[in-house]
Write a protein that binds this ligand. Structure first.
Ligand SMILES: Nc1nc2c(ncn2[C@@H]2O[C@H](COP(=O)(O)OP(=O)(O)O)[C@@H](O)[C@H]2O)c(=O)[nH]1
Ligand SMILES: [Mg+2]
Length: 196
């Protein structure tokens, strides 16, 4: 059976230390990555929506965790971009705090963390830091190589191989919003941990 990812509604936004937020025990998938990794756009592609998830050309705009409910049963959550130095140290720290707090808070419900990496720049230090943090929480990970649109087949292959080495042979999926085939792969990966 397929999860209908297009059956989706926005649920709520959550800020740092949102003590009054009510979390139920819905299974959850979270999306993380540095700013401008086309993360929110990827979520729109999964949802088959144009602009349900807010996208922005200006990095560092999402400052909250945005929760969406799919098929009335699952949370898919867009987290702010991490490690964005241009925001100034204080903002950057706050966002990174939000991400680490959120992942810890929801640890028992999160079934997979989707980590977006730039397929051309490969893994940055902040990506590896986030990766280690997610591993320390023992959460399952899928590495998504973003922005493969302009790469040749061979370059995509190299990027995937490199990511597998950098991330110790985790699951790696290249994506491109224009190439639906990979989005389908990612949906399969997500739904395999939700339907259990
Ligand atoms: N050329 C191109 N631009 C894209 C694509 N996906 C997103 N963008 C643009 O890249 C910018 C950042 O995208 P967004 O999804 O908000 O990135 P996020 O910060 O990782 O959530 C926006 O201006 C998007 O319109 C794509 O597939 N191709
Ligand atoms: Mg975004």
């Amino acid at each position: 059976m397929w999860i209908k990812f297009s059956d989706v509604v926005f649920n709520k936004s959550v800020g740092l230390w949102a003590e009054k937020v009510f979390f139920d025990d819905k299974k959850e998938i979270v999306f993380v990555g540095r700013s401008n990794m086309w993360k929110s756009s990827l979520m729109n592609a999964i949802f088959e929506k144009k602009d349900l998830v807010k996208t922005s050309a200006k990095p560092g705009k999402t400052r909250l965790a945005n929760l969406f409910i799919v098929a009335k049963k699952y949370y898919l959550t867009d987290l702010p971009g991490y490690g964005f130095a241009k925001l100034g140290k204080e903002h950057k720290d706050k966002l990174d705090w939000l991400i680490s707090w959120y992942l810890e808070e929801r640890k028992s419900s999160i079934k997979k963390v989707v980590v977006l990496i730039d397929s051309k720049l490969w893994a940055q230090e902040s990506d590896l830091d986030m990766y280690k943090f997610i591993l320390s929480l023992e959460l399952p990970i899928v590495i998504v190589l973003s922005k493969v649109d302009k790469l040749s087949k061979n370059e995509i292959y190299k990027s995937v191989e490199h990511a597998k080495e950098s991330f110790f042979w985790q699951e790696v999926i290249p994506v491109s919003s224009s190439k639906n085939i990979w989005i389908t792969e990612l949906c399969k990966s997500i739904q395999s941990v939700l339907i259990k």
